[in-house]
Ligand binder design. Sequence first.
Ligand SMILES: [Zn+2]
Length: 204
Amino acid sequence: MNIVLLGIQGSGKGTLVQDLSKHLDFSLVSVGALLREEIATGSQLGKLIKSKTDKGELVDIKIVIETVKKKLSENKKPIVIFDGFPRSKEQADELDKICNVDLAIYLNLKKDDAIKRIMNRLTCSKCGNITTRTNCPDMICPICKGKLTVRSDDTPEAVNKRFEQYELETYPLIERYKKRGVLVEIDASKTPNEVLKAVMKVIK
Ligand SMILES: [Zn+2]
């Protein structure tokens, strides 16, 4: 079963994947992680990816597909979850060529709510722990007592820009999977536990 996870930044995709891993045996295909893994192997492909990312250039769709294909060929798990991929019509077309998308889970969150969540998010400068301003108003990490900071790319301007990009590229994917009858919309304004329950119901 191949599952595509769609949702704006702040919709809780990362949390959902983490929670799902406690209940389901699946292979996670996260393109960002795949590219980093390929670089770490020191392969020819990895070197090519590194030269692109070092220059701040986008990695070519063909290379992205190459790493996804490799991951799928090594997969032995019954469920594959794609996180942050596909991100555009072009990527979705390529994905259709290599596998069947059985389910597209859309974590639907209003833009204003997503922005509120993102602006509430804090990261520990020492241990990388992720928490919120609500939980830690003193800006001190509960794990290591390090200083909690706002991610540098989480300014309102940057967040708005990412949202515009998201709507432009990802919204057509929602329509695409809806037409195909594989889209399930989940209300992402609910608590992580409620979102998990709703998603588990759909997968089982
Ligand atoms: Zn910490």
